[in-house]
Design a binder for this molecule. Sequence first.
Ligand SMILES: [Zn+2]
Length: 214
Amino acid sequence: MLYENERKQIVEACLEMARKGLVVGTAGNVSIRVGEHVVISPSAVPYEEMTPADVAVVDRAGMQIEGNFRPSSECKLHLSVYANTDAGAITHNHAPASTALGLVVEDEIPVSHYYSMLFGGPIRVAGYSLFGGKKLADEVTAALEGRTAALMSNHGAITIGKSLSQALELLPYLEYVCEIHLRALATGLPVKILSEDEMAEAGAGVAGYGKKEN
Ligand SMILES: [Zn+2]
């Protein structure tokens, strides 16, 4: 079996997202880039039943090379991000706070908490397009420029990292930032936003976070 280790990591990552309450059913997908191939979670396989042999291996054009099941329905999105960034791994989910914030914010989440700097600056919100399509892939890829996370309007969220553990580690921070911003908005009071200088200072301060390689 090709990439057995990476395929085990994919199964583990899906289970971890489920344990942390970041996915509903199988509404999340993860992948790892290995050279000219991408190892990606399969479509519609319950996480608790998924085995490494079920995990799909595709080439950079999306042609399936191995795996008992078809690759995730968001395979185009994963391939587009790999083609345009230096990401080594991707996680995508429909966690409640990030999804909710993507329903009400048009372009980007202002930096209200300094954790936003973990993602490279204000988190952008990609415009809505039907799941699984090329237009969504293009929108989300553009929203990720210079960032390690993006929200997807009326859909969910995505994180990228050099390794899968790095992309996974960002998820709870993303959900936290979105949750507190939502709570602050819900008060109806003005939300205090960091200045450019404060953002730069915080960016330098959090540079060591989420950088674990494996
Ligand atoms: Zn999705």
